[in-house]
Design a protein around this ligand. Sequence first.
Ligand code: HEM
Length: 539
Amino acid sequence: MDSLIESSDTETMLIFFMAPLLFLFLLSRFLCGKPHPPGPKGLPLIGNMMMKKDQLTHRGLAKLAKQYGGIFRLKMGFLNIVAVSSPDIARQILQVHDNIFSNRPTTIAIRYLTYNQADMAFAPYGPFWRQMRKVCVMRLFSRKRTESWEAVRLEINDMIKTVASKTGSAVNLSELVFRLTRNITFRAAFGSTRRERQDEFIRILQEFSELFGAFNIADFIPWLTWVDPQGLSKRFVKARASLDLFIDTIIDDHVEKKTNENGCIDNERDMVDELLSYYSEFKYSNESENSQKSITLTRNNIKAIIMDIMFGGTETVASGIEWAMSELIKSPDDLKKVQQELNDVVGLHRKVEETDFDELTYYKCCLKEVLRLHPPIPTIHHQTFEDAEVGGYYIPAKSSVFINTWAIGRDKDSWEDADIFKPSRFLKDGMPDYKGSNFEFLPFGSGRRSCPGMQLGFYELELAVAHLLHCFTWDLPNGMKLGELDMDDKFGLAASRASPLIAVPTQRLHCSLYRKTASPLIAVPTQRLHCSLYPKILI
Ligand code: HEM
C-alpha cells in the first residue's frame, strides 16, 4: 500500500514539475512556429552524449553535416548545440543576427579559470566586454604598440640562429615554432626579464589547456556540479592558485618599477604595464551605454586578459606556421615559386623585411591557402542570448553554436578542388579575403567577436614563414617520400599537426645577417697628423 502511495506521489510530482515545462515548450514552438534543425536522435535526458569524442571535432561535425545538412542540432544533456558548416548560415549568424549570437558558451572550467569571465574572450557580450575589447585593441594589439612587433622580430631572429646551428641535421620544426610563439607572447606580455621563469609558466598553461579541454559531465547535467563526480574541482583550484602565485609576483614587480621610476620609460612598456595603467585611467561602472564611462581593471582582470593572449596568440600562430611549412615542403613546385619570388624581391644579401610583403604576391597566396585548409581554430563557438530563427529553423536562447570554419573552407560549392592545396586560386581577381567579410573563408571569424589579434597574428605568421623559407631549403629526413608526410591534425585549442613536422634545413642565406648585434670594429691607429692641431679646449 505504502509503495502504491509513493508511486502515485511520484507520478503527481512528475506531472506537477513537467507539465509547466511541457506547456512552455509547446508555447514556444507555437509562437515560433519553426522546427528545430535536424540532427541525430538521442536518448532521454542525456540526448547525444553517448556520441564518440571524435564525432564532436571539426572532422566529426563535418561528417554529420553530410548527413543532416549545413545546420544541425545535437542535444548534450541539457545543452542544445547547433553546428553550422554552410557559408550562408554562417553569414546569417555572424552578420545578419550578430547581436543575438555574440555571447560565448562557457564551461565550469572556463568560468573558474577566467576568474568568472573577467577576461575578454569569455566575457558575456555587453558593456564590460566592449570596454575590455577597446582596451585590448587600442592598447595591446594596436599596430602603434611597436614593442609587440619588435618582440616578433627579435624572437624570429633568435629562431633563425638556432636553425642555422643545425643545418644538415633533422630539426623538429613543430617544437621550434611553438617555442617561437610562446617566446614572442611571453616577451610582449612580461618584457624581456623573467625568462628564467618561462618554463614554470608553460607548465601552468599546459594544465589550464588540459582542464579547458577535459570532458566534465557537470557541464551538461548542471545538478551534478555539487557532486563533482570526476573530482575536477580540486585541479581547478590548484591550477588557479599557481597562476595567482606566478602573475602576482610579476604584477608586484611592475608596480614597484612604476613607483621607483615614476612611470615607465615608453619603449620598455610591456603588456602588463599597459594594463596596469588602467588602474587609474578609467573607472568602470555599470551605467548605461551612453553615459560617461570608465574602467578600472582588477588584478583578476589583468591575469585573465594575459591568459587570453597566451591562449589566443600562441598555439594559433604556431599551428599556422607549422601547416604553412608542411604544405610547402609537401608541394615542391609551390615552394620553388615562393623561393624564386624571395630571390627576385629580396635577393640573398639581406633579410626579408615587412616592406617586401606587398611584392611577395605568390607567397601571400600560399598563406591564404594554408589558412583555408587549416584554420587554426577550426570551430568558432558562440551562444545565443534569445530565441532566434536561422535558415528556417528555431534556435532557442542559450544554445551553443559551433561554426565549423574548417568545413566551410573546404565547402565543395564554394571552392573548386576544395581539398587540394592550390595557392594559385588566390591569384584570380575577386577571391575571398581572410578578414571576415567573406563567409566561405573565416580563419579569424567575423563580426563583433572576430579576432582582435588578427593583424599581429598574421604578421607573426607572414614574417616567420618568410624567414624560414628565405634562409633555408627544407627536405624531409631519412629519404622520406613526400607522400609519406602525415597531414593529420589533432583537436585541441588549435588544430595542430597530429605528428611533429621534422625536416632538414640547408642554408641559402648567410646567417651572419642574423647576428644580434654587429661585432665591434677593432683597429690599430698610427698617427699621420700632429695632435697639437687638436688641442684640448681649455675652459
Ligand atoms: C593566426 C593567428 C590567429 C588566428 C587564426 C586567430 C583566430 C581567432 C578566431 C577564429 C577567433 C574567434 C572569432 C569569433 O568568435 O568569431 C579569435 C578570437 C580571439 N583571438 Fe585570435 N587568432 C589568431 C591570433 C591571435 C593573437 C596573436 C591574439 C592576441 C595576441 C589573439 C587573441 C584573440 C582573442 C582575445 C579573441 C577573443 C575575442 C573576443 O571574444 O572578443 N588571436 N581568434
